[in-house]
Design a protein around this ligand. Structure first.
Ligand code: PLZ
Length: 446
């Protein structure tokens, strides 16, 4: 079979021509097990040959509905036309010089765009890197230089990456941390606002608990930064109660502590606004971005207040590939696509479709404990009959059934009992609803 080209013109359909995974994918899985480290696991072992709009086509010719966007990356869709064009143009000009050796304008343009689009009217600066974890690491480095303090506070259910410093910030042991220590020192954890599981504390009440922990266990005089995801992603799409983040931002400002919003997963129109911080009206000191920034090419950034971003000595920040020219060209085209195609509005429509679908099911199915999220970052938390005990077994069964029936869904959550929906914003409503119907059927037979 010749692989079809990807992008939005790919047939937008769910079509299964073999069982999942099909024979060709199974052949590749066998080769993978002989070639790739067992530490690198696969959620759904169908081998991709093309993708676009709202589908992923595999090596056996199956066309699956994509409700995961490669973990919130392809917001503009796979092989989005502007991105393909920009990448082709850029790759034919030059592939790399290293911005620290001889620079190029696309890096500067991405920085200008980020400075313009992130919340707040103050002067800003940006620095570009390769991965979300690398952006987070650099945000912490920058905050330490600026404050001349060292401690960092992260939260329960947080996810910030898999490098040594970011593993220390990430909350969940398995699979991210177990056996990989020792971790970096001077990292502390505070309680987050988790309305479904904290007795629906108000944002102000939850913030009071967290701030009390921070003051008693760390001390503002030692604390360089607080880092938090405005919606906690891998930890379960937890949406903190209104006022929680605002209180933390206020406290940080009053105590010379840098407030870092990790928008790696929530960024770029995903939640119905360009950045999730906007939903709360907060202005973070630093914002980390990655994933949705460049239509699938590896790029990340730290953007923030000029005086903080400029506190580092010359040559203190960098890296061989940070802000690679192909990735920067892709980012400019990607950001233009979000804006031109009003994909933030599309994310809001997707939220309504997903929410209505599960609210209807929840009427007759008490296993749906909580429906939450914003925009095209929605999730359902599954529980046992008592309405609160996590049900990871049911969650895995729903994911499995969905996969076997041609719908790519992802799970998440500290307790592994959350199905998350992160469709590309380029998905059609018909395909989205068909995908949700398959998930509903999975629930009914599980
Ligand atoms: N910060 C908020 O969501 C990456 C991780 C998948 P990298 N989330 C997906 C996995 O199992 O590895 C993420 C995130 C937030 C940081 C990161 C890290 O981004 O690009 O994966 O390094």
């Amino acid at each position: 079979m010749n692989a079809p080209l990807g992008g939005p013109t790919l047939a937008q359909e769910r079509k299964l021509v073999t069982s999942i995974p099909g024979p060709r994918s199974q052949e590749w899985s066998a080769r993978k097990s002989h070639a790739v480290s067992d530490g690198v696991s696969v959620g759904l072992p169908v081998y991709t040959v093309a993708a676009g709009g709202g589908v992923i086509v595999d090596a056996d010719g199956n066309s699956l509905i994509d409700l995961g966007s490669g973990i919130a990356v392809t917001g503009v869709g796979n092989s989005a036309p502007r991105v393909v064009q920009a990448v082709q143009d850029a790759v034919a000009q030059f592939t790399h010089t290293c911005f620290m050796v001889t620079p190029y304008d696309s890096y500067v343009r991405v920085a200008e765009k980020l400075n313009e689009l992130t919340p707040g009217e103050h002067p800003k600066r940006s620095a570009l890197f390769n991965s979300g974890a690398e952006a987070v690491e650099n945000a912490i480095k920058i905050a330490r230089q600026y404050t001349k303090k060292t401690a960092v506070v992260a939260f329960d259910h947080a996810y910030h990456g898999r490098t040594n410093l970011t593993m220390g910030l990430t909350a969940k042991n398995m699979p991210y941390k177990s056996g990989f220590g020792p971790f970096a020192s001077d990292i502390y954890r505070a309680q987050v606002s988790y309305p479904f599981r904290d007795g629906a504390l108000s944002g102000a009440e939850a913030a009071k608990i967290a701030i009390d922990q921070i003051e008693k266990q760390v001390g503002a005089e030692n604390l360089a930064a607080i880092i938090i995801e405005p919606i906690l992603g891998e930890g379960g799409f937890i949406v903190p109660a209104d006022g929680f983040l605002n209180a933390l931002v206020d406290w940080a400002r009053d105590n010379n502590v840098v407030f870092i919003a990790d928008e790696v997963q929530t960024g770029f129109a995903r939640t119905g606004k360009m950045f999730a911080s906007e939903h709360y009206g907060i202005v973070p000191d630093l914002i980390t971005t990655a994933k949705g920034i460049a239509g699938g090419l590896p790029l990340s950034a730290v953007t923030g207040r000029q005086e903080i971003m400029d506190a580092t000595h010359p040559s203190g920040l960098g890296g061989t590939y940070g802000g690679n020219p192909i990735a920067c060209a892709a980012a400019l085209a990607t950001i233009e696509t979000y804006i031109e195609e009003k994909l933030d509005d599309r994310a809001v429509e997707i939220e309504h479709t997903i929410r209505e679908h599960f609210v209807r099911l929840q009427d007759t199915d008490a296993r749906i404990g909580d429906i939450r999220g914003r925009g095209a970052m929605m999730a359902v938390e599954f529980v046992k009959e008592d309405g609160i005990t996590p049900d990871p077994g049911l969650t895995a069964a729903i994911a499995r059934h969905s996969h076997q029936n041609g719908v790519v869904v992802l799970t998440c959550g500290t307790y592994g009992n959350v199905i998350r929906f992160l469709p590309p914003l380029s998905i059609s409503n018909a395909l989205l609803m068909e995908g949700l119907d398959v998930v509903a059927e999975a629930l009914s037979v599980s």
